[in-house]
Design a protein around this ligand. Structure first.
Ligand code: FE2
Length: 445
């Protein structure tokens, strides 16, 4: 059995790839020290910044109760930020009717698009001001929620929305904001951050403020039954990545660890059923709760290299965020090796992949093997078809910079290791189609 941290945890029949610790340069060691200073500051900050959780409304009448919550705040006119597709499919209807029942006038902005840009924010803000709306409901996935967050804080503060980039830039608190997530992945309904893209530079800007968390979130499983298996899988794996990266990071708290563990359990149990039968309301509801819990975990405990690298693959090739995370998750966990073995072993026991009496490294390997097989069952490839070898140095440089400046990772990754990891995504490493998860797990043991 290979030593953790020395060789890739491998599936039977797949050749191992050495990942060396000796390829870290002196400059990188200094950068890692800088990262640790930042991480310590982050840890202090999460101990003192109050995190508000949204009022959680779950079930078939969640949208109605959300409208009641808005009425209790005496709101009169609400901007619904959503996509043209949602409106066309009639998915805005229940929310519109629920608001009208509460004598609240709905105004629809349907220009939200994936990876929302400042143009979306400015257009929606213009409509909100022209109609004198006094609140906002985001109806959609992470894109609708993120853009609505920035509109809410921009509407309450003077100047261009672009100047809100960074930490706590809005002087006044945002307009009342509510969320009706229609995917189970981003967890944006629970987070204090919003990501806005610049379509000229393809860069992403973060607006971070603890007051950005919506006041209430309606998790209504019926709104998610129309999601395709591919989108269900990608968003579910995004939520799983949030939970795992928050759990293995070095600034987690007792509370974020609990949220992360609960999210992992729910996703392991319900993601495949939701992909096989989109109308399974129990699975849809469980995944929406898992996404929320993962959001609660990572909004404080942050994420790591999976997100850092996935963001670059999104910027270079338009690779969907959840899909990129799903592909990268087992690779990054293997790289982390011994530094995360204890945590992954805990998750393996929690999810029934092994017994507490088994050696820690065996349990950890079982956990990673399970994720690889889960990917296969969900139709997630093990490689990135768009990835070009000549882009790898640039992708690695940008990913490592993002991680150094932002993420409390459990094991530092040097440029050579990141490039080796990306090289691995050029070569197909699919599990044997005839192999089963159970057989593979038994072989690990
Ligand atoms: Fe994510």
């Amino acid at each position: 059995m290979s030593k953790l941290g020395t060789y890739v945890w491998q599936l039977p029949g797949i050749e191992s790839q050495p990942l060396s610790n000796s390829r870290i340069s002196r400059v990188e060691r200094l950068q890692f020290a800088g990262n640790r200073l930042m991480v310590n500051a982050l840890k202090l900050a999460i101990g003192v910044i109050p995190i508000r959780r949204p009022q959680l409304l779950v079930g078939a009448d969640a949208t109605r109760r959300l409208a009641e919550a808005a009425a209790e705040r005496s709101l009169k006119k609400i901007l619904i930020m959503t996509t043209a597709g949602m409106v066309k499919r009639g998915q805005a209807g229940p929310l519109v009717r629920a608001l009208e029942l509460q004598r609240i006038t709905p105004v629809i902005y349907d220009g939200v698009q994936p990876d929302p840009t400042w143009e979306v924010v400015n257009d929606a803000l213009e409509l909100l001001q022209a109609e004198a709306c006094d609140g906002i409901v985001a109806l959609g996935g992470g894109s609708a929620m993120d853009s609505a967050k920035v509109v809410a804080v921009a509407a309450a503060n003077d100047g261009k929305p672009e100047r809100l980039v960074g930490y706590f830039k809005g002087r006044r608190k945002p307009l009342p904001l509510f969320a009706v997530p229609t995917t189970a992945g981003s967890g944006s309904e629970a987070t204090i951050a919003a990501v806005i893209s610049d379509d000229r530079t393809h860069s992403k800007s973060f607006v971070i403020d603890s007051r950005l968390t919506p006041l209430a979130a309606a998790l209504e499983p019926r709104l998610m039954t129309g999601l395709s298996p591919a989108l269900t899988a990608a968003t579910g794996m995004d939520a799983l990545t949030h939970a795992i990266e928050a759990y293995i990071g070095v600034i987690g708290t007792t509370e974020t660890d609990r949220y992360a563990r609960e999210a992992v359990q729910l996703i392991f149990r319900y993601l495949q059923p939701a992909c096989s039968n989109g109308a399974d309301l129990e699975a849809r509801e469980a995944l929406s709760i898992a996404s929320y819990k993962a959001g609660c975990a990572f909004t404080q405990a942050s994420v790591g290299y999976v997100h850092a690298i996935s963001h670059q693959l999104g910027a270079y090739y338009g690779l969907p965020h959840g899909l990129g995370n799903a592909i990268l998750l087992p690779e990054v966990l293997e790289f982390c090796g011994q530094s995360v073995a204890e945590k992954l072993a805990q998750l393996a026991v929690l999810t029934g992949l092994g017994e507490e009496s088994e050696p820690e490294d065996i349990l950890a390997q079982k956990f990673v093997v399970h994720i690889r097989y889960l990917n296969r069952e969900l139709g997630v490839p093990a490689t990135v078809a768009e990835l070009r070898a000549e882009d790898i140095p640039g992708i690695a440089r940008r990913a490592l910079r993002e991680a150094l400046l932002n993420y409390p990772v459990p094991r530092q990754m040097g440029r050579a290791d990141c490039e080796a990891l990306l090289q691995g995504l050029l070569v197909a490493r699919e599990p044997d189609e005839n192999d089963s998860i159970d057989a593979a797990l038994a072989r690990v043991a």
